[in-house]
Design a protein around this ligand. Structure first.
Ligand code: GLU
Length: 308
């Protein structure tokens, strides 16, 4: 696996929708390890265009610092970068690569997928509207989202953990009906503009990655190196959530566990005996990342020694 020194950057980009849970912390540690062991900078970006809970970003940064993650330069917030997304959208629009979409979520669910399109993809209902039809929809007062006019059905990427991966590309949303730029666009713009050349994140985002790499190509931007790491799941095999017990750093503190205990548990889940990120950095080998998710038992994930 390539781990040669580089001058690029890795990053962690949480959505400030609540406290980070152990799965998020594990992914953040992995992203930090990948970056730091390859000579890269490590950047922190708050994806705050959606799902924002007041105060959550500050708590997330405190928790990341508490478990020994450091970052370079100021923390960037997407809400400060709207002009950049507007410019990217304008570039695509000028190239004839966008169209207004008036479909509601329900209409999209009900419409059959395009005959040759990928499963679940936007069927292209609004792609071929005439000017008159478009004007009529606008006159009805329906808010329009802006979609990409994609000319491929799928696109290949290479992932350090998943190898060659080809996934669906549809006419994805660039700007939502409420005017907010969509994640698939903002992530591409930000990573490129911030010099991020290594993206390490949860493997739930692997299926979206071909869309992002395709968009990068259309914008003339280099796609980063990707590593999609396994998630942490609860005992039922579902994505970890608050109701699964003591899943945040503050929950663990309330049980008497320190941030070092949490790092030790995360290190253990990765097959290492270490209590700090500094120790982990000494021994980290990306080739050893377990391919399977980390399954956590329902409550009290681990307790200080001596507790029943
Ligand atoms: N803000 C996104 C999330 O928390 C991160 C996406 C990414 O790492 O590209 O899911």
């Amino acid at each position: 696996m390539p781990t040669s020194p580089s001058t690029g950057a890795g990053r962690y980009a949480p959505s400030p929708s609540g406290e980070l849970h152990l799965g998020n912390l594990r992914t953040a540690i992995l992203a930090w390890l990948f970056a730091r062991t390859t000579g890269r900078d490590f950047l922190l970006r708050i994806d705050d265009l959606d799902r924002v809970r007041p105060g959550a970003a500050e708590l997330q940064l405190d928790d990341l610092a508490a478990i020994g993650i450091d970052w370079d330069g100021p923390v960037v917030r997407q809400s400060d970068r709207l002009a950049r997304y507007d410019r990217a959208i304008a570039t695509l629009a000028a190239a004839g690569r966008t169209y207004d979409c008036f479909c509601t979520r329900r209409e999209i669910q009900q419409a059959a997928t395009a005959p040759h399109g990928p499963m679940g993809a936007y069927p292209g209902t609004c792609r071929h509207l005439s000017d008159a039809e478009r004007a009529a929809k606008r006159a009805e007062g329906r808010p329009a989202a802006l979609r990409l006019r994609a000319d491929v059905d799928d696109y290949p990427i290479t992932d350090l953990l998943h190898g060659e991966y080809r996934g669906a590309v549809d006419d994805l949303v660039l700007r939502r009906g409420d005017g907010i730029p969509a994640y698939n666009l903002t992530v591409v713009v930000d990573d490129a503009e911030q010099g991020v050349d290594q993206v390490v994140r949860g493997d739930d985002l692997l299926p979206s990655t071909p869309r992002q790499a395709y968009l990068a190509e259309l914008l003339g931007l280099a796609a980063p190196q990707y590593a999609h790491v396994p998630l942490v799941l609860n005992a039922e095999g579902k994505r970890l959530a608050k109701r699964d017990g003591a899943v945040s750093l503050s929950d663990q503190r309330a049980l008497g566990n320190t941030p070092e205990d949490v790092v030790a548990a995360i290190a253990d889940s990765l097959g290492y005996d270490a209590r700090t990120t500094t120790e982990l950095r000494e021994v980290f080998d990306p080739a050893r990342i377990p391919a399977k998710p980390w399954i956590l038992e329902p409550i009290g994930l681990f307790r200080p020694e001596g507790c029943p």
